[in-house]
Design a protein around this ligand. Structure first.
Ligand SMILES: Cc1cc2nc3c(=O)[nH]c(=O)nc-3n(C[C@H](O)[C@H](O)[C@H](O)COP(=O)(O)OP(=O)(O)OC[C@H]3O[C@@H](n4cnc5c(N)ncnc54)[C@H](O)[C@@H]3O)c2cc1C
Length: 379
């Protein structure tokens, strides 16, 4: 960048933090506003970088983004790790997808046909081969698929590393942004909850589910984000059982999805519920379902110590695809990452940094994530 330009990033979840870091690396003068950095959806996320295991039907705009971002993660993790000088929670270990009954096995086989048709690498293995890989798998596992390229990152560790890098190089303002400020047609800054005005050359909104609550977004923009809540259980595996798992184990059990993501520190994250109800905290039914299905795949789960139960709303978009683009002079939006915000952070951060800097993104990528695609008027 020739001149020293400034940007305000509104929201410090995985998307805001990763993009802020890319911008700082490019020489931007970054101000990051968030009353509670890292405490939104990104706090709950399991961190599966599951470009293949998360594939479902009729999402042709999403697959290429997921695959491209999955491929970009090793390089992103390596760059952040080199900059911060310690591990950032990225674990390049494979994923095993298991079936809990014969109907689940058929569902996985149907999905594997789709994944193969998209050129994705996935290998069907027998239950006994799966148990050789992961001896903790229970007798309830009746089929399995191996996905070598679906890895994981611990979002909390990664976000902490980014905050560590950003704290000396960017300005962190622990306040909510209530409005965008304009001069003529151009966004020139933000107003904070205490009335303080901040000015910058560019504003990037990465406020997740709450992006639409910020005053001053273009009136023509329709932002149909909805909360899709997920419950998550964090357990500590007793020393005598470690390692209970060495790779991520996902599965379908009697039609319900469940995943168990082992961390390097001997803890494990269990999740997969999707609720569109009004329970802000963890749902009793959701927690019951997760433990019921997790123990069918890995019975040893019931011997673990639960140390956290949490729920957060995912910022859901109608087509599961994020909304990323220029909204007008001085203003860029990057939100709606729904179920895949950790996976898509590598790609989304590069894309938003390009947009803020005025570089033209690849037309096919930009069209898929057009933030005006649900609005009557296009930019
Ligand atoms: C249970 C669960 C499990 C998940 N597992 C995975 C997974 O394994 N893999 C994966 O890829 N994805 C997963 N996801 C999805 C992923 O967590 C989200 O897509 C991602 O965290 C979205 O990131 P974000 O930065 O856009 O939003 P958030 O993390 O919600 O961050 C938004 C930030 O903006 C701030 N903010 C809001 N309004 C304002 C304002 N007005 N002013 C200033 N700041 C503001 C908030 O305080 C917050 O910190 C999961 C989600 C859930 C709930």
């Amino acid at each position: 960048m020739d001149e020293h330009r400034s940007v305000i990033v509104v929201g410090a979840g995985i998307i805001g933090l990763t993009t802020a870091w890319e911008l700082v690396e490019e020489g931007w003068d970054v101000t990051l506003c968030d009353p509670e950095p890292g405490m939104g959806a990104s706090r709950a996320a399991a961190g599966m970088l599951a470009a293949i295991a998360e594939v479902t039907w009729d999402q042709s705009a999403l697959y290429p983004l997921m695959v491209a971002s999955g491929r970009a993660w090793p390089e992103l993790a390596a760059r952040v790790e080199a900059a911060v000088g310690h591990p950032v929670g990225y674990l390049p270990v494979e994923t095993l997808v298991c079936a809990g009954d014969a109907a689940d096995r058929q569902a996985l086989a149907d999905l594997a046909d789709l994944q193969h048709s998209l050129g994705m690498e996935i290998e069907s293995i027998t239950p006994s081969a799966a148990r050789r890989l992961e001896p903790a798998l229970g007798p309830g596992v009746v089929g399995a698929m191996r996905i070598p390229t679906d890895h994981q990152v611990d979002p909390r560790v990664f976000m902490a590393a980014l905050l560590e890098l950003l704290t000396p190089r960017a300005t962190l303002v622990r306040r909510r942004v209530t409005a965008l400020t304009r001069q003529d047609d151009r966004v020139v800054g933000v107003r904070l909850e205490d009335g303080t005005l901040l000015a910058a050359d560019e504003v990037l909104v990465t406020a997740g589910l709450d992006a639409g609550a910020i005053e001053g977004l273009p009136p023509s923009l329709r932002l149909p984000l909805r909360p899709v809540r997920g419950d998550i259980i964090r357990v500590r595996v007793p020393e005598r059982l470690r390692p209970l798992l060495t790779r991520t184990v996902r599965g379908i059990v009697h039609g319900f999805p469940v995943y168990l993501v082992p961390r390097a520190d001997g803890t494990m994250v269990i999740g997969a519920t999707s609720r569109e109800d009004d329970l802000a905290g963890p749902s009793a039914g959701g927690i019951y379902q997760l433990l019921r299905d997790a123990q069918r795949l890995v019975p040893g789960v019931l011997e673990c110590e639960v140390y956290e139960v949490l729920a957060r709303p995912r910022p859901g978009s109608p087509d599961d695809v994020p909304l990323v683009g220029r909204l007008g002079p001085g203003l860029t939006l990057s939100t709606g990452y729904f179920r895949h915000g950790i996976l898509l952070a590598a790609l989304g951060a590069r894309l938003a940094a390009d947009l803020v800097a005025g570089r033209t993104p690849a037309p096919d990528v930009a069209a898929g994530v057009d933030p005006y695609r649900f609005s009557e008027v296009t930019a």
